[in-house]
Structure formats: structure tokens, C-alpha cells
Design a protein around this ligand. Structure first.
Ligand code: ADP
Ligand code: 5GP
Length: 201
């Protein structure tokens, strides 16, 4: 039975979603980040099992066949997927789980009948600023930057499918808005600041 809240968060690559989530998770307890599986190569500084489970295409395809993914998608030439068992176990324990997934994965989760999710889209202030951030991050080759910018335009068109839309212009403001959404959802579920159910003795 689901008692934690499932958050689906999507943003075009380079928007600042990772930066934003790190800040929010440092300030709010009771939130778990779901570590996805991917066939892409690790970036410098990324750790297996922390940022992603980095697997071969063959292992990923086997896991699809065994029904291990609640959703998976082909994004920027690689496969990415969310393990069903680990998120269901965390939700059952009352932990709020964050899925950082693309717009295709978000649509799959939206159509599930056995799980409810709160979905949030993080947008850059402009496509020019997105390009500046992607280039400034310096983790992708030119060809990958162009793929990500091309995909960004299609992803931005999906923002109206989401319940919440937050523009990551000024980082502190966007962080405050994301925290406000999570805390409001807790109050709506009659749970306290740290996510525990409210009981009166
Ligand atoms: P994503 O996870 O969405 O791909 P990152 O968190 O890696 O994006 O951020 C991309 C780049 O943009 C990083 O260099 C980060 O420091 C920078 N960045 C993030 N948020 C902001 C912001 N609000 N203003 C300016 N730069 C930002
Ligand atoms: P990156 O390679 O920059 O870490 O991620 C690329 C894109 O893949 C991002 O939009 C991210 O949200 C998405 N992504 C990461 N994990 C998953 C996943 O498990 N499923 C889906 N559908 N997308 C994912």
C-alpha cells in the first residue's frame, strides 16, 4: 500500500534540476531519490549506485524482459529506467520518493492505475540560458549538447501535462518554490514537516 508520496520531476537536461534537488534534499528530511538504471557512461565524478546504476545495454534489456522497470525510456540515445521494487518498498514505508525522469517516463507513470504521483516540471528561464548552462557545465561533447538542446524544445511543450511548473531562473527562488510544493503536499496528506503522520495523544 502506498503511504509515502511519489514525486515525478522532469526538466530539459541542463535546467539545473540536479542542483535544485540537492538543495531541497539537504533541507527536507524523509525524501529519497530513486537511483535509475542507465546504459549511458558515467560522467566525471558520478558514482555507480549513487547517481545511477550504470549497466550494459544487454543487462538493461534483460531487466526489461524480467519486468523490473516500472517505466523506462530511450533518452538522448541511451536507455534509462526506474526499478519497480525499490520505489514500492520505500513508498510502503512512508518515505517520499523522487523520480528524476524524462517526459516519456512521466507520461507512463501518469497512466499507471496502481500508483499516484505528484508531477513537477522544472523549466529554464529561456532556451538561450539553457544552452549557456549546458555549455558551462562542460560535461557533454558538442554533438551531445546539440541532441539535448533539440530534445529540450519538445520537452518544454510537455510542461502543461504537469501539475506544477517551476522556472529555475534565480536558484534560491526556485528552491523555495520546490520546497513549498513538497511541504504543501505533506500538509495536504496530514503529515508533518518531516513527513510523519500527524497524531494527537
Ligand atoms: P540538470 O540536472 O537539469 O541537467 P544541473 O543541475 O547539472 O542540470 O545544472 C546545469 C548547470 O547549470 C550547472 O553548471 C549548474 O551549476 C548551473 N545552474 C543550475 N541552476 C542554476 C541557476 N538557477 N542559475 C544559474 N546556473 C544554474
Ligand atoms: P542525464 O543523462 O542528464 O543524467 O539524464 C538525461 C535524462 O534522462 C533526464 O531528462 C533525466 O530526467 C532522464 N532520466 C533519468 N533517469 C530516468 C529514468 O529512470 N527513466 C526515464 N524515463 N528518464 C530518466
Amino acid at each position: 500500500m502506498q503511504s509515502g508520496t511519489l514525486y515525478v520531476i522532469s526538466a530539459p537536461s541542463g535546467t539545473g534540476k540536479t542542483t535544485l534537488l540537492r538543495k531541497v534534499m539537504a533541507d527536507i528530511s524523509g525524501l529519497m531519490f530513486s537511483v535509475s538504471h542507465t546504459t549511458r557512461n558515467p560522467r566525471e565524478g558520478e558514482q555507480n549506485g549513487v547517481d545511477y546504476h550504470f549497466v550494459s545495454r544487454q543487462d538493461f534489456e534483460e531487466a526489461i524482459g524480467q519486468g523490473h522497470f516500472i517505466e523506462y525510456a530511450h533518452v538522448h540515445d541511451n536507455l534509462y529506467g526506474t526499478n519497480r521494487k525499490s520505489i514500492e518498498e520505500q513508498l510502503a514505508q512512508g518515505i517520499d520518493v523522487i523520480l528524476d525522469i524524462d517526459t516519456q517516463g512521466a507520461e507512463i507513470i501518469r497512466n499507471l492505475t496502481d500508483l499516484e504521483a505528484v508531477d513537477i516540471f522544472i523549466a529554464p528561464p529561456s532556451v538561450q540560458e539553457l544552452e549557456r548552462r549546458l555549455r558551462g557545465r562542460g560535461t557533454e561533447k558538442e554533438e551531445e549538447i546539440l541532441t539535448r538542446l533539440g530534445n529540450a524544445k519538445m520537452e518544454l511543450e510537455q510542461c502543461n501535462r504537469y501539475q506544477y511548473l517551476i522556472v529555475n531562473g534565480e536558484l534560491e527562488e526556485a528552491t523555495a518554490m520546490l520546497k513549498a510544493v513538497i511541504l504543501a503536499e505533506r500538509a495536504r496528506g496530514h503529515r508533518d514537516y518531516s513527513g510523519k503522520p500527524i497524531t494527537f495523544k
